[in-house]
Design a protein around this ligand. Structure first.
Ligand code: NAD
Length: 483
């Protein structure tokens, strides 16, 4: 029985493709085990997109989400073509779901995998990084995407990972980043990881550069326990991790926010399998287990998880994991759900039984930010669109601009220094950056306006500008390659 006697209202969406079948199976399983939930249905996905709602969710559905604060969502079919916005990204970002949590464990020898001892959880930052989708085309040849990493966003996700490890008796938290290249953005994420790790001396911590870390994850996943990483790496690697357990059809994920949270399978709507009673409901069911823990019904999650493990052990498998010699019976979505329900109260005989720590939602306080460091403008980067540029000629022309207080220090192209002393082998696109720094005295903000004005008057197409700042005297902008 639930430790929490109260029924909890949740919002449910059936989604598209295999969505309605796996949702029906999931709800039957968790309700069959005694989940104390009251369901509010909303419609999302294809039908809503087709009614002309560009993000696939009706304005009225938000009322339900804001009321229940808990969303169990089946996969949807994302329409092809421009003009449509991702429903997942809209819901996550609108409702501030900053943490994506995805447990991935192998089920050897019952589900074929090369990694019999794998049991890890990926905690992915869910709102920042390049997923702001802030993109611009600035010249004929060059487009850009802004990667934004914030201190509060990173602190929250890293602390969530350590708190998750503590609550679930996990022993180690690993951070992946690429701070050997992105020293400011990934560097901040890594620095915050090191700072927060100090608050958890009982939990081992380590950092891997994401490329070699990913290779290790794909090769020896049993070396990892809880992993925390920025959005893009987490998006890619959580799919890899789920796949190498044996099937993407098995994993669920939680999107956790301070107020609202969303629970789902990691896979999509598999339209080719829809309506045939074929799909494996396990991924969505695992999403529902994360939801039960979140609403304080971890005891029900444990009952369901153990019944499910027993079903898998008994060789009752849907087509995606069915294997001659290992499986005993090939079943459809409905029959699989019936088999799990029939085993509620049983435990696996060989696989480790699931145990859910009696905790509910992890509360991660936003810490007050220290904004006392001294910020100083020390220069200005001006980006220009120049299809047939030559760095020496640009430098010569800029030397005649005569803006007091600023001197041209470098010209770079796609991040590589091309003046002074550029290498003749460096490729030049039409996207140049001209860096101006203080000429002797302080660099005044007004100087940036004068510079831009002078460059426009000199006939340059200025497409973008960036201030160069120090904080407490420390340089907080990158050098160009070769500088
Ligand atoms: P998909 O995950 O839907 O399916 C890929 C393949 O995996 C399927 O053909 C099927 O063979 C298998 N598969 C997936 N789930 C399964 C299950 N539960 N049981 C058995 N087999 C399963 O990926 P896709 O085909 O690239 O995408 C289909 C649609 O889903 C697209 O419109 C995509 O945008 C959308 N999508 C939605 C979500 C979401 O709503 N969270 C996530 C990913 C993709």
């Amino acid at each position: 029985m639930s430790t929490n006697g109260k029924r909890v209202p949740i919002t449910v969406a059936n989604g598209d493709g295999i969505g309605p079948e796996i949702m029906d199976a999931t709800l039957r399983i968790i309700q069959g085990a005694g989940a104390r939930i009251d369901i509010e249905m909303i419609e999302i996905g294809e039908a809503v997109y087709n009614r002309g709602v560009s993000n696939g969710i009706e304005p009225s559905a938000w009322d339900s989400l804001r009321r229940t604060k808990v969303f169990l969502k089946a996969p949807i079919t994302t329409p092809q073509g421009g003009g449509f916005k991702s429903l997942n990204v809209t819901v996550r970002k609108t409702l501030g779901m900053y943490a994506n949590v995805r447990p991935c464990a192998s089920l050897h020898p019952y589900v074929a995998t090369k990694h019999p001892k794998m049991d890890l959880v990926i905690v992915r930052e869910n709102e920042e990084d390049v997923y702001g989708g802030i993109e611009h085309r600035q010249t004929h040849d060059v487009v850009q995407c802004l990667k934004l990493i914030s201190r509060p966003g990173s602190e929250r996700i890293v602390r969530y990972a350590f708190e998750y490890a503590k609550a679930n008796n996990r022993k180690k938290v690993t951070c992946f980043s690429k701070d050997n290249i992105m020293k400011l953005t990934d560097g901040l994420f890594h620095k915050i990881f090191d700072e927060i790790a100090l608050d958890y001396p009982e939990i081992e911590n380590e950092h891997w550069i994401v490329d070699i870390g990913s290779a290790k994850l794909a090769d020896t996943p049993e070396a990892f326990d809880v992993l925390v990483m920025p959005n893009l790496y987490g998006d890619v690697l959580s799919d890899v991790a789920a796949q190498i357990t044996g099937s993407v059809g098995l994993a669920g994920s939680a999107n956790i926010g301070d107020h609202c949270s969303m629970f789902e399978a990691i896979h999509g709507s598999a339209p080719r399998r829809a309506g045939q009673n074929l799909a494996n409901p396990s991924g969505l069911m695992h999403g529902a287990l994360l939801m039960l823990v979140h609403i304080g019904q971890g005891d029900i999650a444990e009952l369901v998880h153990n019944a499910w493990l027993r079903t898998i052990e008994d060789g009752i498998h849907t087509y995606d994991i069915y294997k001659d010699g290992i499986s005993r019976e090939r079943v459809g979505t409905k029959e699989f759900a019936d088999a799990v329900i029939a085993r509620v109260g049983q435990k696996p005989q060989h696989l480790p039984a699931a145990h859910y720590a009696p905790h509910a939602k992890l509360d991660i306080d936003a810490r007050p930010q220290n904004r006392t460091s001294k910020k100083q403008l020390v220069g200005f980067d001006l980006f220009i669109d120049l299809p047939t540029g030559n760095p020496d000629a640009i430098a010569e022309r800029l030397a005649t601009l005569n803006v007091p207080g600023a001197k041209l220090t470098i010209i770079a192209n796609r991040g590589t220094k091309v003046w002074p002393n550029g290498d003749p082998d460096t490729f030049w696109s039409d996207h140049w950056v001209c860096r101006f720094e203080a000429d002797g005295s302080e660099f005044l903000p007004q100087t940036t306006i004068k510079l831009m004005q002078a460059m426009l008057e000199a006939g340059y197409d200025v497409v973008k500008s960036e201030g160069l700042y120090t904080f407490d005297g420390e340089r907080q902008y990158s050098f160009a390659q070769g500088q």
